[in-house]
Ligand binder design. Structure first.
Ligand code: ATP
Ligand code: MG
Length: 362
């Protein structure tokens, strides 16, 4: 599945743009402020119903216009579907698949699965644990049918327990009405996460090797309570502390994914460029794992990917993308050849973006 055509009108500084995209690598090239990221945002809106830069749809509508419209054609073998979204300044939205109004968001994500690598992707390695938990949970959402229900049950019990802990709870742990729900749902989430991270690590080792990052790095799920009994024991042991602070100290909401370089926590040793390389390799492994588990190869949106990476690492990354065979839509202010390398350049489709208008290189 890939995005074969994109038509954007009145989206930020883009009055009108028509792109016939390649199933391989596409580069959007232009100066600062030309409208390159805006085009990626338009694709994101089409697939996910929102921008990755702002929750306010009105900001996306071109100044002095009433409505934006994004249309796309996704293709897979002999099959093709058209997707369309419009947003108007009055707040009215329309979303259509093959000219039929479809409100179920998951249908758009199925037809156009995306993975977006924004300039801050290195934060996946450098930031605190919540960004890594979210990243893994987004994968579980795709590969584990019961994930959403279990995660909702867990979160609800966590919130209700916090309120209960505030209200002079009994000293006896066996009187805790939330413990069994938390232990059962928590053990399920922890087990899924560990399995997913193990699979991701296997892919990651291969990807990182091919990218010749020159780093020994591995991913491990750092959690506890993988069975209901174990989780209950930990809740019991933490009960006194939980009562004192009116919060639950143990469970998957406190877990992390350890990213270690030569045995040390990556965030304490890597450079910004290395963090970006590691995070990009994780993202590619994630795409490969999702493709394997649910048969959908996401389209990769890369915004200003070249920044902070040296030429040889950038080029090896693009060579890896070609091996994966997924569609890539990337922005750059650089010479296209310098971003992807001469070996990938022949297979790259280049679009020039200039003050909101787009032309394809012939
Ligand atoms: N609602 C809007 N209407 C018109 N123009 C807008 C609107 N919102 C943003 N812009 C302008 O659209 C342009 C698009 O910016 P965009 O972020 O896509 O640039 P870019 O090509 O990615 O640049 P860079 O290389 O600096 O990242 C900017 O000049 C911005 O000021
Ligand atoms: Mg940009």
């Amino acid at each position: 599945m890939y995005l074969a055509k994109l038509n954007v009108s009145h989206f930020r500084n883009i009055a009108e743009a028509d792109l016939a995209l390649s199933p391989g690598i596409n580069l959007l090239v232009g100066e600062n402020g030309a409208g390159k990221t805006a085009l990626l945002e338009a694709i994101h809106l089409l697939a996910r119903g929102r921008s990755f830069r702002t929750p306010q749809a009105k900001q996306l509508i071109q100044h002095n216009q009433k409505e934006l419209l994004v249309r796309g054609e996704v293709s897979s073998g002999a099959m093709s579907h058209s997707l369309a979204r419009s947003k108007s300044s009055t707040g009215a939205n329309e979303a259509r698949i093959d000219a039929q109004s479809v409100n179920r968001q998951s249908r758009y994500a199925e037809l156009l699965p995306l993975q977006t690598l924004l300039p801050g992707i290195g934060d996946l390695v450098l930031d605190g644990p919540s960004i890594r938990r979210e990243f893994v949970d987004w994968g579980l959402f795709h590969v584990e049918q019961n994930y959403l229900g279990t995660a909702q049950r867990f979160r609800k019990a966590l919130i209700q327990r916090a309120a209960w802990l505030k209200d002079s709870p009994p000293e006896d742990f066996t009187m805790d009405p939330w413990a069994t729900t938390l232990a059962a749902a928590g053990a399920e989430i922890s087990t899924w996460r560990r399995r997913f991270v193990d699979a991701l690590d296997a892919q990651f080792q291969q990807t990182l090797g091919r990218m010749q990052a020159g780093l020994t790095c591995d991913l491990r799920y750092h959690g506890s309570g993988f069975s209901e009994e174990e989780a209950l024991e930990q809740l019991a042991a933490s009960y006194e502390r939980d009562r004192r602070y009116a919060t639950t100290h143990v469970g998957p909401h406190r877990a992390d994914v350890d990213i270690r370089v030569e045995g040390a926590p990556a965030r304490t040793v890597v450079s910004r460029g290395q963090a970006k390389l590691i995070a990009s390799a994780i993202a590619l492994s994630y795409s490969a794992e999702l493709a394997l588990r649910c048969g959908a190869q996401p389209v990769l949106l890369l915004d200003d990917f070249g920044a902070e990476l040296d030429e040889s690492h950038r080029q090896r990354f693009f060579a890896e993308l070609r091996t994966l065979g997924c569609q890539v839509i990337a922005t750059t202010t650089d010479q296209p050849e310098r971003l992807v390398g001469s070996s990938s350049f022949d297979a790259t489709r280049v679009f020039h973006v200039e003050q909101g208008s787009v032309t394809q290189n012939s």
